[in-house]
Ligand binder design. Structure first.
Ligand code: R5P
Length: 314
């Protein structure tokens, strides 16, 4: 059976790289707007009988990118596609996977239901905010991990006497995995989020004095978590040569300015989302491409091979 790869507008460069790595052309589809602002989607080639992979991170503006993905799926389904897989390298709304307080929605569950309604039968996502996210999907979720390419990028920069640091409790398992890969000790910063972009750090567990910290996290949004963690590490005597490694470099709002104040040796993110231009200009940035990983995942899914070593079990 044939398979085809399509994308929307959230990260066409990544989709093109995935297509190149797979040796297939990117399907021709158009995402535009009607004069009243509504999204308009049209496929410009046949998909009848094809297994379709739609590559579209639902990065900010998440509603726009999510809705385009849903419309593309609906167009493929109505045009006779045999199966639909959503490849969502960055999954917007994943942080809302539970109700922190009453009278709140579980947005991640709603997004999963919308994907199912649009016709997707499977989702591929990368380094989701939590493992518990799997529970919001009724369809199969292939949760793959970018830790291998990120670890290799960090290994090239690693100073003597480094320590892996989880920037919050949620990143503890991730930090343990990093520590095993690099054979380093791990430490944990205890954080309390006061609001969307204000974060307080209480304490550090682990020995960081005289060590070069490698801060790991799934994502950087406003940079609040990292800045608070870095300050706390420096106060605790960590060396001012900080490496940060995170899968999703959203870098929204004041993130670039905030991070530019830190003694960063290197900031390593992947290309799941388009990193703002200012980040490359102002920060010691390395962007690791996850296109080969996504291509390998799609190839194995299509050929019915095991994904085991690509999956995130951390
Ligand atoms: C939260 O638990 C995540 O792992 C990240 O630490 C957080 O989402 C990053 O957001 P910000 O950069 O806005 O602090």
């Amino acid at each position: 059976m044939s398979f085809s790869l399509f994308t929307g507008t959230s990260n066409p460069a990544l989709a093109r790289s995935v297509a190149l790595a797979l040796g297939v052309p990117l399907g021709r589809a158009e995402v535009s707007r009607f004069p009243d602002g509504e999204l308009r989607v049209e496929l410009h080639e046949t998909v009848r009988g094809h297994d379709i992979y739609l590559v579209q991170p639902t990065s900010p503006p998440a509603e726009e990118h999510l809705f385009a993905l849903l419309l593309l799926a609906d167009a493929c389904r109505r045009a006779g596609a045999a199966s639909l897989t959503a490849v969502i390298p960055y999954f917007g709304y994943a942080r809302q996977d539970r109700r922190a307080q009453g009278r709140q929605p579980i947005a991640a569950r709603l997004v999963a239901d919308l994907l199912a309604t649009a016709g997707f039968g499977r989702v591929v996502a990368l380094d989701l905010h939590s493992r518990a996210m799997e529970g919001v999907f009724s369809m199969p979720l292939e949760h793959i991990s970018a830790i291998s390419p990120l670890v290799e990028a960090v290994r090239k920069e690693l100073p003597e006497n480094a320590v892996i640091v989880a920037s919050d409790l949620g990143a503890t398992k991730l930090a343990e995995l990093w520590a095993r890969h690099l054979d380093l000790p791990a430490a944990l910063v205890h954080k309390k989020r006061m609001s969307g972009d204000v974060v307080h750090v209480r304490d550090i567990t682990g020995d960081v004095a005289g060590r070069a910290p490698v801060l790991v996290d799934d994502m950087i949004s406003t940079g609040g978590t990292l800045v608070a963690a870095a300050k706390c590490l420096l106060e605790a005597g960590a060396r001012p040569e900080i490496i940060v490694a995170a899968t999703h470099g959203l870098l929204v709002g004041e993130a670039v300015e905030r991070l530019a104040q830190l003694p960063l040796k290197r900031l390593i993110v992947t290309d799941t989302v388009v990193v703002p231009e200012a980040a490359a200009a102002r920060l010691p940035l390395t962007v690791v491409s996850i296109a080969p990983l996504l291509a390998e995942c799609i190839r194995r899914l299509h050929d019915g091979e095991s994904l085991n070593e690509l999956l995130s079990w951390g």
